[in-house]
Design a protein around this ligand. Structure first.
Ligand SMILES: NC(=O)C1=CN([C@@H]2O[C@H](COP(=O)(O)OP(=O)(O)OC[C@H]3O[C@@H](n4cnc5c(N)ncnc54)[C@H](O)[C@@H]3O)[C@@H](O)[C@H]2O)C=CC1
Ligand SMILES: O=C(O)[C@H]1O[C@H](OP(=O)(O)OP(=O)(O)OC[C@H]2O[C@@H](n3ccc(=O)[nH]c3=O)[C@H](O)[C@@H]2O)[C@H](O)[C@@H](O)[C@@H]1O
Length: 435
């Protein structure tokens, strides 16, 4: 099939690359000339494991193209997938301005009878709204399908190729079947729904997962207070198939480009329809306080933070991505800076993006060794594999004080116990102090 994808972000690029991999002819369109230039040279503008090799392979095979011209991209496309951003606006609602512009771009160059697929995460009713925008700008016939995306950053390619499900929402059976056919080579279960249900499935899924994280974080806080161990508690809960093991990792809260904004957008929709979804308010408020946890723990330990030097390991909102959107490291940096502490941070891939968001209120190191030198404490903020492999006995020797606050419970207990001197403060389980 001839497919055009609007937006070469995490979702658009991963989708375009994977659809070309399974045999379709894909042209990806973006308004960002720099991104398109890099993509044409076979360089991915985002860090995403496995993406660049598929990009090179399918570009070389002539199945994957990139352009900034909507005309060039759309004139032959039988399926048009819109994957532009829907960020959060000031009132918590989803900002649909990119989507509205994309709809206008589509209507200007649409091939008659093309199917317009909305993959961006959009509030209930948005597919109908986009349909009316396109219809107001063109007389050509077209069809619409809602097809929300569930991939995670850091495993976008795997999640696309081996998704748990594909949701196809449409009032037009023929269009829905064509999109099902487009995905057939992936061999993933498909669920057909109406448009509004498809739109709701996306928000309900993200809000549920975010709530699961806030729930386990509150249980972790309670575990600390009563002397239980969150790892055992989460294990014990997760063994119940009705609960499931996934998304029960306690830590310093959820971040990223989606959970924070999507929970707020769903709450906004609920408000518009007079539904008081107070559970979501709690999910948000627990998450906000959880992001401050490491700083609170540090304050408890040191009494005052002025003049203290903190090595911060990890900046991105999760491992295997360079994305800094809503990363807990932003809040932690701000609080430590306000308290007069010095922060020197290291991240394997997110440092350049972090500099744009956090700026020069903290320093950036090129390696773990540089970050930890003479530090009063180490804050583990993102659980990159590199950090799990550290020789903690050696790390603590390089520090001024051997104090570690592990915001992701990611350091192995036997490595901690192998240190001759250490103070280790995890989340939701007993601290380890060896003098
Ligand atoms: N990032 C993620 O892991 C996931 C994101 N989503 C949703 O997918 C959507 C896209 O998210 P991301 O890929 O993270 O966004 P992104 O911000 O990384 O990329 C969006 C891209 O669209 C381009 N763009 C904007 N207007 C355009 C237009 N008129 N024509 C062509 N290109 C245009 C931008 O230049 C940018 O490169 C959002 O609605 C998001 O909520 C859904 C699932 C996962
Ligand atoms: O709509 C989206 O954008 C995507 O949002 C999330 O994907 P993503 O944000 O890439 O990453 P996750 O692995 O879900 O992690 C999100 C945040 O939750 C945190 N998290 C995750 C799991 C957990 O057990 N505990 C926990 O604190 C992570 O550290 C991270 O900050 C969802 O998992 C995807 O299904 C969805 O498509």
């Amino acid at each position: 099939m001839r497919i055009a994808v609007l937006g070469t972000g995490y979702v658009g690029l991963s989708t375009g690359v994977c659809l070309s991999e399974v045999g379709h002819h894909v042209i990806c369109i973006d308004v960002d000339q720099q991104k398109i230039n890099r993509l044409r040279q076979g360089i991915s503008p985002i860090y995403e494991p496995g993406l660049e090799s598929l990009l090179l392979k399918n570009t070389a095979a002539g199945k994957l193209h990139f352009t900034t011209s909507h005309q060039e991209g759309l004139e032959k496309a039988e399926i048009i997938i819109i994957a532009v951003g829907t960020p959060q606006s000031n009132d918590g609602a989803a900002d649909l301005s990119y989507l509205v512009q994309a709809a206008k771009d589509v209507s200007a160059h649409l091939k008659p009878d093309a199917i317009v697929v909305i993959k961006s995460t959009v509030p209930v009713g948005t597919n109908d709204y986009v349909r009316s925008i396109i219809a107001n700008h063109t007389k050509k016939p077209f069809k619409m399908v809602s097809n929300p995306e569930f991939l995670r950053q850091g495993s976008a390619i795997k999640d696309t190729m081996k998704a748990d499900r594909i949701i196809i929402g449409s009032e037009d059976n023929e269009a829905a079947l064509k999109i099902q056919e487009m995905y057939r080579p992936l061999n993933v279960p498909v669920l057909m729904t109406n448009v509004k249900s498809a739109e709701m499935i996306k928000y309900a899924s993200n809000a549920f997962l975010a709530t699961k994280i806030s729930f386990i974080n509150e249980i972790a806080n309670l575990c600390e207070a009563v002397g239980a161990n969150i790892i055992d508690v989460a294990n014990g809960m997760g063994k119940d198939k009705r609960i499931g093991e996934a998304f029960l990792q306690a830590g310093i809260g959820y971040g990223g480009s989606c959970f924070p904004k999507d929970v707020k957008a769903l709450l906004h929709t609920a408000g518009q329809y007079g539904v008081d979804f107070s559970l979501l308010k709690e999910t948000i408020s627990i998450n906000e306080s959880q992001r401050q946890l490491l700083v609170k723990k540090a304050l408890e330990r040191f009494q005052q933070l002025k003049g203290k030097k903190f090595a911060m390991l990890g900046l991105s909102f999760k491992p295997d991505t360079d994305d800094m959107r809503e990363a807990p490291s932003i809040v932690i940096s701000r609080l430590l800076h306000q308290a007069g502490a010095e922060v020197i941070a290291y991240d394997p891939v997110a440092t350049e993006n972090a500099k744009k968001v956090i700026g020069n209120t903290i320093q950036y190191a090129e390696s773990v060794e540089e970050a930890i030198k003479n530090a009063d404490a180490l804050l583990l903020v993102t659980e990159w594999e590199e950090f799990k492999k550290l020789d903690l006995a050696e790390v603590t020797k390089q520090m001024k004080q051997p104090i570690i606050f592990d915001g992701r419970n990611s350091l192995a207990e036997d490595k901690i116990r192998a240190c001759s001197k250490i103070e280790y403060y995890p989340v939701g389980k007993p601290s380890i102090v060896i003098n």
